[in-house]
Design a protein around this ligand. Structure first.
Ligand SMILES: *Cc1c(COP(=O)(O)O)cnc(C)c1O
Length: 357
């Protein structure tokens, strides 16, 4: 049996299994025993957890917490609002739409790791929201909507699907004449790098004029291993660019040192930072959320100018009306008819001529 399938068939999702990897605290035990929530991860990702530190950034993304019962600032029925599911336009459940030319296409609600900070937790983790994930129905809708040029295949994690199913989705999408690109959102390079098998590579690799892009999610430098580096390299050899969509998480990556190390380490394994997301107000994840300004401050204080521009993600809030960039805005200190006063990352200023229209 392929190792990725073995990993999926033996998830770490019971207290007994968990105790093989970490010293479970009384609080973690209570959360696991009392919360009615789906949790669990691959043995591989579990092995990256710190055995003794309950604040371990990986542990906190894997294990349920009693703090999930607190919901002071989260929005009830969040996904219905966020994904514009309560609108006139008739769409299959699998299609989430915020833009004219692109959609998110949910093909599964299964994940490798049930991230505690998931913004789709009503669907994927706590599972109160039931959606019909019918792939053919979604494909049909995309075929009928000629304005869609870009499909973002998501979940759940689409790479938990079999090679055959992934092959089918790609083939069917590439038959749609108005499609120009396919994207997969998958955490597999981070939580199950074994998934990038020779079989999957064969499906992904032949040259085709409709490119495939992959965006993964890595939130802390400890999540990056040699196995991830190899998986990303393998994807690149198939002609697939790999980007990262990090989530800003309180106590996990919201300090300048960790934040810079994360983005530098991503580049070292050939992953290009794409987005930094503000942690969304889904119910029960208040404890992961920082102030809105925090992401821009981190980019200002630890990325821009401090390290290569390639390491810089775009900081966005993903709202019901699309993603809204919130980048740091200190650069233009002043402006008159003659010139701009610009400031760099060290606080030094320079002058730049102002050219009239
Ligand atoms: C994030 C998202 C997209 C893709 O946005 P990009 O900025 O193109 O990466 C498309 N549709 C929905 C519903 C999304 O949430």
């Amino acid at each position: 049996m392929e190792e990725w399938i073995e990993q999926l068939r033996n998830p770490v999702n019971t207290l007994e299994r968990l105790a093989e990897f970490i010293n479970v605290t009384a609080e973690e035990k209570k959360a696991i025993e009392t919360l009615n929530t789906k949790w669990g991860t691959s043995p591989y990702f579990a092995s990256l957890m710190d055995r003794d530190d309950p604040k371990c950034p990986i542990r906190r993304q894997v294990l349920p917490s009693l703090q999930e019962t607190v919901n002071k600032y989260g929005i009830e029925n969040y996904l219905i609002w966020k994904e514009n599911r309560d609108t006139e336009e008739v769409r299959p459940d699998s299609i989430a739409r915020q833009y004219h030319d692109r959609v998110a296409f949910t093909v599964t609600d299964v994940c490798v790791n049930y991230c505690r900070h998931c913004f789709r937790n009503e669907l994927v983790v706590n599972r109160d929201l039931k959606l019909r994930m019918d792939v053919d129905e979604g494909l049909e809708w995309i075929r009928e909507h000629k304005e869609i040029r870009d499909v973002l295949v998501t979940g759940g994690d689409p790479f938990v699907l079999s090679d055959q199913k992934i092959d089918y989705i790609i083939k069917k999408l590439r038959e749609i004449p108005h499609l120009q690109m396919i994207r997969f959102g998958t955490r597999s390079p981070i939580v199950l790098p074994h998934r990038i098998t020779p079989g999957l590579k064969k499906i992904l690799s032949p040259y085709h004029k409709i490119p495939i892009w992959v965006n993964t999610q890595c939130n802390h430098p400890n999540e990056i291993t040699e196995k991830t580096a190899q998986a990303v390299f393998d994807l690149l050899t198939c002609g697939i660019n790999v980007g990262n969509q990090a989530v800003l998480l309180k106590g996990i990556n919201d300090d300048p040192e960790t934040f810079r190390e994360l983005h530098q380490k991503l580049l070292r394994v050939r992953i290009r930072p794409y987005y930094l997301f503000y942690c969304e107000p889904a119910p029960g994840i208040d404890h992961f959320r920082t102030t809105v300004e925090k992401g821009a401050e981190l980019i200002r204080d630890s990325i821009r100018g401090h390290t290569t521009g390639l390491a810089q993600p775009m900081y966005v809030i993903a709202t019901n009306i699309g993603k809204i960039p919130l980048m740091p805005d200190y650069y233009i200190k002043g402006k008159n008819e003659k010139e701009y006063t610009l400031v760099n990352y060290k606080g030094e200023t320079t002058k730049w001529p102002n050219m009239p229209e």
